[in-house]
Design a protein around this ligand. Structure first.
Ligand code: XIL
Length: 342
């Protein structure tokens, strides 16, 4: 790989990247370990990834490859995600006969137990295999406890997405998820003497837009009033060149002063198509300006994660080359923008 200044050396917060096992060998792994200090599993710590076709908890090889790779290369692991409406087996929300759970007390308690069992199973596997959380051998440092629970529109006073979780349990599902995650990751499976080793996040997209931002902020304030054990707010930041970069600053500023940390969890910046050299240069300046903002927020930033290593591996590549390295592992203007940000 090119002999370039590591991205990690140019900023004061951990910089991460979303990967799967393809980034854990060969040139991709070399590039990754040169520039980054943290990894997120792009798909394999999501609810559906932990179960076989019969709904039996079955640790998947991808999650283990990532944990071992992180151990071997001294990287942190940012866990993603425990409770979500997407990439979750349908049976979570069904009774044994395959019918949708209702809001009866009996069905609500089935879903609560299922959530708790799921969260404890993930924590138990990751601690039994890699050591208690907060011990030197376990690279896990954070988890997105709930993902995308805020509504896209302003139709509901509570501002929450009408997911199956919400339909059956109501807003309480969010507090339960954090309570169970705290009990498991920072309690039962934490190293003796460690102090809440796993930072627990609420994560969402479009937080750079005023409506989503206000709804998320109101929710987080309610959670804090209720004493929910939330530690941080995650901003996905799936943006494009037409997103004013000042909106990223506004999003981070909106959540300052709550006593929480924050993370940029899934950064990518599409150029639009066709992808031209001029657009790639503009993207370089965008990454530079974004990282200047992040650097200004170092004190409340847990980490910044780029949602993929090379363009061809991005879920948004069809909207225009959103990442920092090419498929040939070459640095794009986006890379030079980031290292120029300091
Ligand atoms: C995406 C992955 O990048 C894709 O590979 C997968 O097909 C769908 O999920 N918000 C999230 C991420 O929290 O989990 C999503 O990841 C992107 C949007």
């Amino acid at each position: 790989v090119e002999d370039l200044t590591p991205i990690q050396d140019t900023v004061d917060f951990p910089v991460g990247v979303a990967i799967d096992s393809r980034e854990t060998t060969g040139t991709a792994a070399e590039l990754l370990t040169r520039h980054f200090k943290q990894v997120t599993s792009e798909n394999y710590m999501k609810p559906e990834a932990w179960y076989d076709a019969n709904g039996t908890f079955t640790p998947n090889p991808e999650a283990d490859t990532l944990m071992r790779f992180a151990q071997d290369n001294d990287l942190n692991v940012y866990g993603h995600t425990l409770v979500w409406h997407s990439q979750t087996p349908a049976w979570f929300f069904q009774n044994d006969a395959g019918a949708a759970l209702t809001t009866s007390e009996r069905d609500r308690s089935i879903l609560r137990n299922r959530m708790r069992t799921h969260i404890f199973a993930v924590a138990e596997h990751l601690s039994d295999t890699y050591g208690p959380f907060g011990s030197a051998s376990n690279p896990l440092s954070a988890f997105d406890v709930v993902n995308e629970v805020v509504s896209d529109g302003n139709d509901n006073a509570d501002g929450l997405r009408r997911s199956e979780w919400f339909r059956i349990l109501g807003e309480e599902f969010i507090d339960l998820a954090f309570t169970y995650a705290d009990e498991a990751f920072n309690g039962e499976y934490a190293a003796a003497g460690s102090d809440r080793p796993i930072t627990l996040f609420i994560n969402d997209y479009n937080t750079e837009q005023s409506g989503k931002q206000a709804r998320l902020l109101a929710l987080v304030q309610r959670m804090l009033e209720r004493g929910t054990p939330v530690d941080g707010v995650g901003h996905q930041f799936h943006v494009s060149l037409s997103t004013p970069v000042t909106a990223l600053e506004a999003a981070l500023s909106a959540f300052e002063g709550l006593g929480l940390t924050q993370a940029v969890t899934e950064l990518d910046v599409t150029t639009g198509t066709p992808v031209t050299q001029a657009k790639l240069v503009e993207q370089g300046y965008y990454y530079r300006d974004a990282f200047r903002i992040f650097q200004d927020h170092t004190d409340d930033l847990f980490s910044v994660t780029i949602w993929g290593l090379t363009d061809g591996r991005s879920w948004r590549n069809s909207s225009g080359a959103p990442l920092v390295f090419t498929d040939a592992f070459a640095a794009k203007p986006a890379y030079y923008g980031i290292v120029d940000a300091e």
